[in-house]
Design a protein around this ligand. Structure first.
Ligand SMILES: Cc1ncc(COP(=O)(O)O)c(C=O)c1O
Length: 404
């Protein structure tokens, strides 16, 4: 199946708009991706034709909506090669990680160790800090090498008999580095630690098989995956979810409730208290079905080619400093420009219609590691074109003249 970027673009209505009188060049998909018509239509269809609350009705609309909601779970399970009972709907990747941290935290003792890496997003740092503050857990951070690779020897050296949890990103949202998760999970399991992977970035760019990775938990958001906001997935190995205490309490997550006793539903419903994000789950299901119908290898090659084209276009730019040059990396270009604050770079690029992110990218420990407080970040998605890559290079070169 050949990958036709123009055909794909035609499915994303927003991409035809102009920004500041220029064609939009959207290079901020790592923050949140745009939505194809299939997702928009699925959500509108649900609201216009078949909407009610799920899991509690006996009427036709309730049953239809429950079927659509559970069909989305099936799609998510297929997307990552998991069992349906291993897929929990959350409101996003952040909530998925918090759910695991809070559940595992209930069993941690003071001095128990949690191993993270220096390249984590705050979503995979702060929930573990809660356990440090509240329960005396000890946080350790595996170092990052100058080129943006994880220092695997350093990681191994920090694993020990007290390591209870290893939580690491599959792909850095700043460096683009793709970590060797299967190998790291194997090392972690040898010490008896549980492994949680933050897949928010990786899952967009490569097929994920949680069984092959052999991780205990895998978390990701819908909105970076061309789906809606307000929905994410927590994968947990069946036996891990069964052993995990509930996260939030309320309707739908219980077995029986009495005045003096309670039993809980089995996973995944145990972790879906209250009315879930129904329309959002249906939208995510549509996004995953849409993505699974694409040639994902061809998409990865396309995104990589865009990245390489930009790197070639900026080859002689000694005023530009790139963060993250790992051999295994996704199509993310984080950079600083001599004499310019990243916010100014982003604002001037916007005048040319180019949307990039700038700031600390919710990764302050990593920024500190590289001796910067902020960077600009261009992130490439399946709908970006070679012409857009060239427009970005051109706009960046013009931006540079403001600071030279
Ligand atoms: C690597 C990584 N982890 C976690 C998150 C948090 O995702 P969300 O804000 O969708 O919960 C992000 C979002 O930028 C991310 O890039």
């Amino acid at each position: 199946m050949a990958f036709d970027v123009e055909a794909v673009r035609a499915e994303f209505p927003i991409l035809s708009r102009q920004v500041n009188g220029k064609p939009l060049v959207y290079l901020d998909s790592a923050a949140s991706a745009q939505k194809p018509r299939a997702v928009i239509d699925a959500m509108v269809h649900a609201m216009e034709h078949s909407y009610a609350n799920v899991h509690r009705g006996l009427h036709t609309l309730a049953n239809e909506t429950t079927d659509a909601y559970e069909a989305a779970r099936k799609s998510a399970a297929r997307f990552i090669n998991a069992g349906e009972d291993e897929v929990v709907f959350t409101k996003g990747g952040t909530e998925a990680i918090n759910l695991v941290a809070s559940g595992l935290g209930a069993r941690l003792k003071p001095g128990d160790e949690i191993l993270l890496t220096e390249m984590e997003h705050h979503a995979n740092i702060v929930p573990w800090h809660f356990l440090r503050e509240r329960q005396g857990a000890v946080l350790k951070f595996a170092p990052v090498l100058d080129d943006g690779r994880l220092d695997v020897d350093g990681f191994r050296a920090l694993l020990g008999p007290k390591t209870r949890v290893v939580a690491l990103t599959h792909m850095s949202n700043v460096l683009g580095t793709i970590n060797p998760v299967a190998e790291l999970a194997r090392l972690a399991h040898q010490t008896g630690a549980l492994v949680l992977v933050d897949g928010c970035q990786a899952v967009v760019h490569q097929p994920i098989d949680v069984k092959a990775l052999d991780v205990d938990f895998y978390a990701f958001s819908g909105h970076k995956l061309y789906g809606p906001t307000g929905i994410g997935i927590l994968y947990g190995k069946s036996e891990r979810l069964v052993a995990l205490p509930p996260y939030q309490g309320g309707g739908e997550m219980i077995g029986q409730v009495a005045l003096d006793a309670i039993t809980y539903a089995d996973p995944p419903h145990r972790f879906e208290a209250g009315t879930p994000p129904i329309i959002e789950a249906i939208g995510l299901g549509a996004a995953l079905d849409w993505l699974m119908a694409q040639d994902r290898e061809a998409i990865a090659a396309h995104e990589h080619a865009l990245y390489e084209r930009v790197r070639d276009g900026l080859a002689g730019a000694n005023w530009l400093h790139v963060l993250g040059e790992a051999p295994e990396k996704g199509a993310i270009l984080s950079f600083t420009v001599d004499g310019a604050h990243a916010h100014d770079v982003a604002q001037i690029l916007d005048r040319y219609g180019v949307a990039v992110r700038a700031g600390a990218h919710c990764a302050e420990p990593l920024m500190k590691r590289f001796g910067v407080t902020s960077s600009a970040r261009a992130s490439f998605a399946l709908y970006n074109t070679q012409q857009e890559a060239d427009s970005f290079v051109d706009a960046l070169q013009r931006t540079r003249t403001f600071f030279a």
